[in-house]
Design a protein around this ligand. Structure first.
Ligand SMILES: Cc1cc2nc3c(=O)[nH]c(=O)nc-3n(C[C@H](O)[C@H](O)[C@H](O)COP(=O)(O)OP(=O)(O)OC[C@H]3O[C@@H](n4cnc5c(N)ncnc54)[C@H](O)[C@@H]3O)c2cc1C
Length: 219
């Protein structure tokens, strides 16, 4: 069984860990805080505007900048899919003015709790107070993650979902503006395109004959 470490317990990381577990992997989710989705709990003024039921064209039009790159993602997992994901897992939703979707409770914590329950049911090992320091790369592929304690945790693949830099008090301090290397992206998640906009610093370490590299300080 493949072991996958997902770094970051926000909505992106929780969904990635869930998908990995449902695909048959042994998935571990690392979150530096003592709970999941700290930023999620403040979204939509604490109510969490989960999605918007506008059609894909309108969604893309309303993304600041060039939102066209999101056509593919929205086509594969639409706003309706998002609603179905939550309602089929016990979260009641309502649609308000402007086709904005919120939990019926108007409480973002319910969204986080739902995600937590889903992870538990899927057998994802959630590790709190677990802060990733750097990736360990061997010949261009991720072979593990170093925790801030210095301990190396081996993995067959790593998914980095450490969020952006807004509201850093939530734990999302983002990646720093380091040198870009596609090798790290391939090693990290197997598809450089998925990490468009992120950058990492690659440090080459010599350990005996092994070509070990690490990707440092991504959050
Ligand atoms: C005030 C506000 C309101 C918003 N309202 C909405 C809304 O209503 N609807 C909406 O769709 N979006 C909203 N957003 C945007 C939404 O919050 C983000 O798009 C979303 O949280 C991004 O999810 P993420 O999983 O990529 O990152 P994040 O939610 O930022 O999660 C990243 C996680 O990674 C963890 N982490 C970081 N570094 C490490 C590390 N080294 N090791 C381990 N863990 C680490 C962090 O602690 C964090 O929990 C809002 C944002 C803000 C700031």
């Amino acid at each position: 069984m493949k072991r996958i470490i997902v770094i970051g317990g926000g909505p992106a990381g929780t969904m990635a860990a869930l998908m990995a577990a449902e695909a048959g992997a042994e998935a571990a989710l690392w979150e530096r805080n003592n709970n999941l989705g700290k930023k999620l709990t403040i979204t939509g003024k604490g109510r969490c505007n989960i999605t918007n039921l506008a059609d894909i064209g309108d969604l893309v039009k309303n993304i600041p900048g060039n939102g066209a790159f999101l056509y593919g993602a929205f086509s594969r997992f639409s706003a309706e899919d998002t609603c179905n994901f939550f309602t089929s897992r016990g979260l009641s939703l309502k649609t308000e003015r402007g086709r904005r979707v919120f939990p019926c409770s108007d409480d973002a914590h319910e969204v986080v709790d739902t995600l937590g329950r889903v992870l538990e049911r899927a057998g994802v090992e959630v590790k709190y107070h677990m802060r990733a320091k750097r990736l360990c790369l061997r010949q261009g592929k991720a072979c593990g993650v170093y925790a801030y304690s210095g301990e190396l945790h081996p993995a067959d693949a790593v998914i980095v979902a450490t969020g952006g830099v807004t509201y850093p008090a939530t734990g999302s301090t983002g990646g720093r503006a380091y040198d870009h290397s596609a090798a790290a992206f391939v090693g990290a998640i197997g598809n450089p395109g998925n990490l468009a906009g992120r950058s990492f610093r690659i440090i080459v370490e010599k350990r005996g004959n092994a070509n070990l590299r690490s990707c440092q300080d991504f959050g």
